[in-house]
Design a protein around this ligand. Structure first.
Ligand code: ZN
Length: 170
């Protein structure tokens, strides 16, 4: 499944990528105007994620659309996770680059020695690099992954969450 997220959902895009979902953040493809965002989602056969009711209404005729109700990142994530039955990744290596959405590759510790802060290098042993050469961002098992895991755990334990979300979006 592929998502296109509109300009209001940049942080949510990062989080979805972190749990391994393919997300195109519309402004990265220079799609900011409503029509361009809809065209992008339709062309890529993607599910359009938006917080804009007007946009969602218009988009429905052209692509699969999901209207995100909440203003809070954590709740937004829960809404999408519940609606699309997002599975909790077993390993953080399933994460895609939160910055650009490309695959991450595990890289030997030594190879990042000059690329990360000495403190980070000393504290961590597992490193990943974004496979997109233009991005090449380095990641390690830091606070970001821990945060994502915590959110995923919350989704898993909140049994009624799906029903609540559905009632709200109906
Ligand atoms: Zn990247």
């Amino acid at each position: 499944m592929l998502f296109v997220a509109d300009a209001m959902l940049g942080k949510l895009s990062r989080w979805l990528r972190l749990v391994g979902l393919r997300v195109i953040y519309a402004p990265e493809e220079l799609a900011v105007e409503d029509d361009d965002v809809i065209k992008l989602a339709a062309r890529r056969k993607a599910v359009l994620l938006t917080r804009d009711e007007e946009l969602a209404e218009k988009a429905k005729n052209y692509c699969r659309t999901f209207l995100v109700r909440s203003n809070d990142l954590r709740s937004q994530f829960r809404e999408v996770a519940a609606a699309f039955k997002i599975k909790i990744p077993k390993r953080e290596t399933q994460a895609l680059c939160p910055k650009c959405g490309s695959r991450l590759e595990r890289v030997p510790k030594k190879s990042v020695k000059t690329l990360v802060w000495p403190r980070v290098y000393a504290r961590h042993n597992a490193f990943w690099r974004c496979g997109n050469a233009r991005c090449a961002q380095i990641y390690w098992k830091g606070t970001h992954v821990r945060e994502i895991r915590r959110v995923l755990k919350e989704i898993k334990t909140a049994g009624d969450e799906k029903r609540v979300t559905r009632a709200r979006t109906a």
